[in-house]
Ligand binder design. Structure first.
Ligand code: SF4
Ligand code: SF4
Length: 338
């Protein structure tokens, strides 16, 4: 099927604001070229830990995993979801605009004096968003063109030049929108901007290969070596992920690859878990390995999306975290000695 050129820029269709345009694209009565447009839920400037130097992170919607601890739950659906932040709602005594425009009566008055959202009734038309004066109702993501994203990335070109930084694609899983991700990487390379991707690895090999060819650094998550446990906590087993890592290492021997494991209490926070991952990495001497501390910074977003954070109040014991980091340091030292 020929790709539609209906959307050439945001708001192209007369009378449509970006939110309504988004909603129509979500419902497939507007199509767009995935090599030119993609769903982006955040662009974050001045980050320091996701590649060399000062970087701009571009977060793309969509993820094939459903990790229980996900810190970006808004990124999981392939299209933006409606979020309601009640802390920002003025309350019915001052504002009832969203109730008036909602075509499905999904928003009703709540006992608290604010509003309540019935997600069963909500059809994600997004008519309520532009009506909300405080931003209490908002969407996590919008349709952006390659040019728009690159303009935001290039705004910090001076910092990249001085620090060796650049653009990092993240998500969600950026390679779920493979054509868009590759187009962004290609355009960054054309503009001589350093490129990095963060991937969960559960993607088609061809897409990963295309992206790796245009990347200076790949951050590759290995969350757990045990396929059954991986499936229980993320929704998929790790067969494709491990196979992709092996192919990546052999196909791109010069590529900077860092394997990362987010430490999660009750999932992979034992010496056995980390040792098993280290076991997978043996025979990959050029691959760097690091563990990331557990955090719950994404918890408020679960509330905005009407979802429950499954790990509750679980925390990672600091002594355990130190011991696991020490294990990884010992592995790194043994690699250096090889
Ligand atoms: S997005 Fe949902 S809550 Fe908002 S107006 Fe549309 S149906 Fe109503
Ligand atoms: S439009 Fe926004 S501020 Fe007004 S009642 Fe609805 S959610 Fe609250």
């Amino acid at each position: 099927m020929a790709r539609s050129k209906v959307i050439r820029r945001e708001g192209f269709i007369a009378g449509c604001g970006p939110q309504v345009l988004m909603a129509r694209a979500m419902h497939s009565d507007v199509s767009y070229d995935p090599g030119q447009y993609g769903w982006v839920f955040n662009i974050q400037q001045f980050t320091l830990h996701d590649g060399p130097g000062i970087r701009t992170m571009v977060f793309l919607n969509g993820c094939p995993l459903r990790c229980n601890w996900c810190s970006n739950p808004e990124s999981q659906p392939s299209r933006p979801d409606l979020a309601l932040n009640l802390n920002r709602c003025m309350g019915m005594s001052e504002c009832d605009r969203c109730l008036k425009v909602c075509p499905t009566a999904a928003i009703i008055p709540a006992e608290s004096g604010k509003v309540s959202l019935n997600r069963q009734l909500c059809n994600l038309c997004f008519e309520c968003i532009p009506e909300c004066p405080t931003g209490a109702l908002h969407a996590f993501g919008s349709l952006r063109s390659v040019g728009e994203v690159m303009a935001a990335v290039e705004a910090d070109g001076l910092f990249y030049a001085r620090s060796g930084g650049g653009m990092t694609l993240s998500g969600g899983e950026p390679l779920i929108q493979g054509e868009f991700a590759v187009a962004l990487l290609r355009e960054a390379k054309r503009r001589r901007i350093d490129t990095a991707i963060e991937t969960c690895g559960h993607v088609e090999w061809q897409v990963l290969q295309d992206a790796a060819e245009l990347s200076d650094t790949v951050f590759f998550d290995i969350k757990c070596a045990d396929p059954a446990k991986h499936k229980a906590f993320t929704g998929v087993d790790n067969t494709l992920i491990v196979a992709n890592l092996r192919k990546l290492v052999t196909t791109f021997p010069q590529l900077s690859i860092t394997v990362r494991t987010p430490l999660v209490p009750g999932f992979n926070d034992s010496a056995k878990d980390i040792s098993e991952i280290i076991g997978l990495l043996r025979g990959m001497p050029a691959v760097t390995y690091e563990v990331l501390p557990y955090h719950r910074l994404g918890m408020p977003k679960y509330e905005y999306l009407g979802r429950t954070y499954l790990l509750g109040d679980a925390t990672l014991d600091p002594a355990t975290e130190r011991a696991l980091k020490e294990l990884v340091s010992q592995y790194a030292a043994s690699r250096g000695a090889q």
